[in-house]
Design a protein around this ligand. Sequence first.
Ligand code: TRP
Ligand code: ZN
Length: 881
Amino acid sequence: MRSETAPAIRLEDYQPPAYRIDTVHLTIRLHPSETEVVSVVSVAPQEGTGAGTPLLLDGDELTLSAVALNGRVLAESAYFVSSDRLEILAPPAEPFELTITTLINPDANTKLMGLYRSSGTYCTQCEAEGFRRITYFLDRPDVLAVYTTRIEASRQDCPVLLANGNPVEAGEIADTDRHFSTWHDPHPKPAYLFALVAGDLARVPDSFRTMSGKHVDLNIFVEHGNEALCGWAMDSLKRSMTWDEETFGLEYDLDVFNIVAVSDFNMGAMENKGLNVFNDKYVLADPETATDQDYANIEAVIAHEYFHNWTGNRITCRDWFQLCLKEGLTVFRDQEFTSDMRSRPVKRIADVRLLKSHQFPEDAGPLAHPVRPRVYHEINNFYTATVYEKGAEVVRMLKTVLGPANFRKGLDLYFERHDGDATTIEAFLACFEDATGTDLGQFALWYEQAGTPVLSVKTEHDPVRGTFSVDLAQEIPPVPGQRKSKPVLMPLRFGLVDENGQDMEPGAVDGIEIAGDVMLLEQARQKVTFSGIPSKPALSLLRGFSAPVRLDQNQSEQDLQHLAAHDGDPFNRWQAVQTLAMRELLRLTHLSRSDEALTPSRSVIDVFGKVLRDRELDPALKALALTLPSEADIAQEIGKDVDPDAIHDARQTFRREIAASHSSALRDALTNSMPSGPYSPDAEPAGMRALGNRALHYFAVSDAENATEIVWDRFRSADNMTDRIACLTLIVHDAMPQKDEALNAYRLRHENNSLAMDKWFMVQATAPGSGTLEHVRALRSDPLFDETNPNRVRALLQSFATGNPTQFARMDGAGFEFIVAAVLELDKRNPQVASRLLTSFRSWRALESQRCALAESALLKISSCEELSRDSRDIIDRTLQ
Ligand code: TRP
Ligand code: ZN
């Protein structure tokens, strides 16, 4: 026996709704276990809807108390109701009003979808299909209505009452200890953007004046005591608002903008109109508890949610297949924001690393899907790296293909033409076609085809004729269930680097269209010839990672060394170092598997010395260049018959060799990378800390007698979380003698701060070494660990499964069994968290045969389970298919 797979939802089956809902008046009487929701909706049949066509409303775990039509209680024969739908069998042909009363239980809502409580605070999460857990409704993004929300609650328990839009009225409810607050959102919106929050929260106020001079009240609501941790988030919000005005001419459109931080949240944050709800880890920060990375994440997520106000809310999605319409574009916008706030090349490298480590493996495994999927069983499982990160890459390519001015023209037209619409990728692309007169037919394939294209490159220099030719071939590897892929339009930014490190100016170019420094590859195979090239250049291709492809280019070590030292494009300088390191790591992994001695290549180790000693290189870039590809990156590159232990061995050997060969340069980097003055999360001091801690990462395993002492001293004297957690990671992962003492000291210091304790759990879960699994098992019953909180689960279980390749894939299968058991337990409480954890198996088929068999038998346990959520059933079916 096994649970049923949910029916497939297909893009091709899309039908516009038969009925409109123009206004919604909600009255929500909050109670921990019996909240009453009265929803008054004005309904009208769409043109062409036949008289008496049944009105089918969505529900999920609802209890209906009453339903009335135009104020009159409906006879039971006039409707059908169950917990997951309400069908009005023969509605009037004229517009009518429905009054639906439901009863819901926020305290029993462990899925964290719909109305639930987090540390006593009532909050909602309606994307994608959570509104139907509050009331029966046409819960689909192409039904846009104007909402008025009246919240009633105990004044004592919930002094703060918030909903979307602007506040219109508030007061006491006579003869009770309750009060109410009414909110009105004038902007029509789909139900997934509805939100309410009620609780005893502290308010951090500020304000903003928009470019047209309108005053906006800004507030961040947090648990009492956390007020002092909101400064960075507020600052980020104001900078985001200014940036969107200056960059895209987009202004905020309500009198208030509220942000609420909650501690129990399935994802990062949610862009509800005028009332963004955040996972508190993306709001709260001070130097004592947040790292530089945390500060950067907060800035990016605050911006992301704010930017959704235009890309997502004012213009929304017609259906969930179009999710990338809002997510890809909004990720692109937040990436650009960060690039302008910080260092553009550093941000680009960070984004590409994320893409390659998360999206590439997704695209190469059983969970692969196009940026715009054509079929789904459970939409929650499509909030993926492909929709978000590859979706952003596609928008970035659009900008590269069209050029910045034309890109802006197209976007302007999009905002003008589609404001107030629920629309599609086709309509989005049509704006760029119409504004610029460009045919984007082939470009659109990026949205349609799953799989990462492989770009194969061969070059030839003819010194006699002074020509340099580049043979380019693209192919998308076969994706199960997808017809053979067609060639895509690939923008390739490039340079021909001469022996002095300068870009050459070729004479004529033949065989490809070139715009500026970008070649446009259109066909499966094209040969480009540059003339006026007397001496052989080093080809620097895919500068800035101008297309999300795998590059198969057998460049000589000499060329790579040259580019690593001289490429004018900082991204490709970094890439050249990484490519050299990756090749060497693959060679060492191979040797390790055949039990041969591992001797890293001198010349590659020297590249790292050169990077370390480079006086020009920005510290943050230097830190990135000195970061070896992760074990997961190496596994992905190997692609099949993967042995995680051999990879770990190879990488550690390489690390030790860098440490042994460059100890004095490392020592210099260590001492020279201490930012002066009080802590600041800005890019420059953060970059210095990144370099210092990267140097320490090597120095810690050097032969220096006092290496561990230095790490330990730094740990104890650290005055910020970035340095403290960097040291703790080394102490624990390298199993230094002070390990237990350090973990205890950290725990004592931070036991009252769950976000800081998440780092403590994560450090231990990602420690290599054979005792880790038993240790993680024990930590699961630690009093500070709470399995009902998604952040805790991600810190301990998810980071073990995705950040500890050798211990997750232990040779006895115990790592797999442990995660499978956890998934089955979590699935009963919170399917979204469970199915996300289950995706950690997505590359199981790439493992060597013994581990692969162990993974399969663990996965079959899940598959044979009788009561599996729709979320986990979908993931397990696809993972095993
Ligand atoms: N729209 C949110 C974002 O990207 C994502 C999100 C937040 C979400 N909470 C969710 C998606 C719950 C699915 C379920 O900003
Ligand atoms: Zn988003």
